[in-house]
Design a protein around this ligand. Structure first.
Ligand code: GMT
Length: 378
């Protein structure tokens, strides 16, 4: 198949999933064309089967806001036509689904028919998409998609709840992970770089937006370090970074926190961590938690959204109500204070991650592609 993948190129989970999916499909012999405004961060190579097409946004002075959706639609028309694509797969509804719909209509007017699949990732539905100013367009674009997938059962239900006009069947296809023991050993970096005196290592990876409740991460860590010598590693960057720096001074924890900023592949650092903290307000899936579990790191998370589908309470980690910092800290301590318990949770976290192995998830996407193409030919 020749597939056009539209995604955000940045550090957000939807871009990571889209890029890893494209890479896996290319390995299976499909031709993948990424279409975005800059190269996706996880697109670390281009092969015979992997291509990148840039959407360039002009900065004509009349436009206070650049019409990205229009230039994206035009680019889709161009790429579909000249690369002779079979289908488009857009990740994150806003504005990719409506841009794909527009491109599909333009192409149809020229006698070219192409289906598009929309994958819903999370904040396009749970936060941004709920904004009434987006609702009619998102509802329409979802209903017009030739197939729709969501990354968790929870997100599927949220879509029907938040967008009462959505009538389309939604296929749940969870996020996925590569598991490779050889890779795990080779990426293991020196633990003592971060924990010179044998401290326990806690870690948080996110885009530091409000929804991630990074302040809770610091408050949980503060309680843990009062009981168990430990260090906290923060990976990522975003609007909450300033508040976090302020809070670590207030709590007097800065000397035990290492902030590493944006890191494309955090596996190496995850491989030496003991516990992953993800107390998010809402999380449609929690890819960051799955990436940690794949590196044998148990997860302390909130129980919101799709997190219970990923992190199993009392097995791969613990889940608590959003904002229950006290319980999250106690659960963290219960895992970290006993080496036997910690090792058990580490093994369980890895076991739980195997359920999301790419080999199990990729066929689900291919099945949807084939069904869409078959229906389209009828
Ligand atoms: O909010 C983010 O972390 C970024 C966002 C995105 O779409 O780029 O992530 C969402 O999609 C990920 C991949 O499917 C999910 O694993 C995240 O849980 C989801 N984020 C939220 O729901 C907050």
């Amino acid at each position: 198949m020749k597939i056009g993948i539209v995604c955000y190129p940045t550090f957000g989970g939807s871009g990571v999933v889209a890029t890893e999916l494209g890479k896996a499909l290319a390995e299976k012999g499909h031709q993948i064309h990424f279409i975005s405004y800059s190269p996706p961060v996880r697109l670390d190579f281009l092969s015979g089967n992997l291509f990148y097409h840039e959407v360039s946004v002009s900065d004509y002075p009349l436009f206070e806001y650049q019409p990205y959706e229009l230039v994206l639609s035009s680019k889709l028309v161009d790429v579909v036509k000249y690369e002779k694509l079979d289908l488009l797969h857009v990740h994150y509804a806003i504005p990719h689904a409506s841009a794909a719909f527009m491109a599909k209509q333009i192409l149809a007017s020229q006698g070219i028919n192409i289906p598009f699949i929309t994958t819903l990732h999370g904040t396009d539905i749970t936060l941004v998409g709920k904004d009434p100013s987006f609702e009619p367009v998102i509802t329409f674009a979802i209903n017009q998609s030739d197939a729709v997938t969501a990354v968790s059962e929870s997100l599927k239900q949220d879509t029907y709840k938040n967008f009462s006009g959505v009538k389309k069947e939604i296929h749940v296809i969870p996020n996925f992970i590569y598991l490779n023991d050889a890779n795990f050993e080779s990426t293991k970096c020196q633990r003592k770089t971060f924990a010179p005196n044998g401290e326990k290592l806690l870690i948080h990876v996110s885009n530091f937006r409000k929804v991630k409740r990074v302040e809770d991460v610091l408050r949980i860590f503060d309680k843990v370090r009062k009981k168990i010598p430990s260090k906290l590693i923060l990976i990522g960057d975003g609007p909450e970074k300033g508040n976090i720096e302020k809070l670590c001074r207030e709590l007097d924890t800065c000397s035990d926190i290492k902030s590493l900023g944006k890191i494309v592949n955090p596996e190496q650092i995850l491989s030496v961590a003991d516990l992953f903290l993800l107390p998010s307000e809402t999380e449609s899936f929690g890819l960051a938690a799955l990436e940690a579990m794949a590196m044998r790191v148990p997860v302390i998370s909130s129980n919101s959204g799709g997190l219970p589908e990923v992190n199993k309470n009392g097995y791969s980690g613990y889940l608590s109500n959003v904002g229950d910092v006290e319980e999250m800290a106690n659960n963290a301590i219960s895992i970290l204070q006993d080496e036997f318990v910690l090792n058990k949770f580490k093994a369980n976290a890895y076991e739980q991650a195997t359920k999301f192995h790419i080999d199990k998830i990729l066929p689900m996407y291919i099945k949807v592609y084939n069904e869409v193409l078959d229906n389209f030919k009828k």
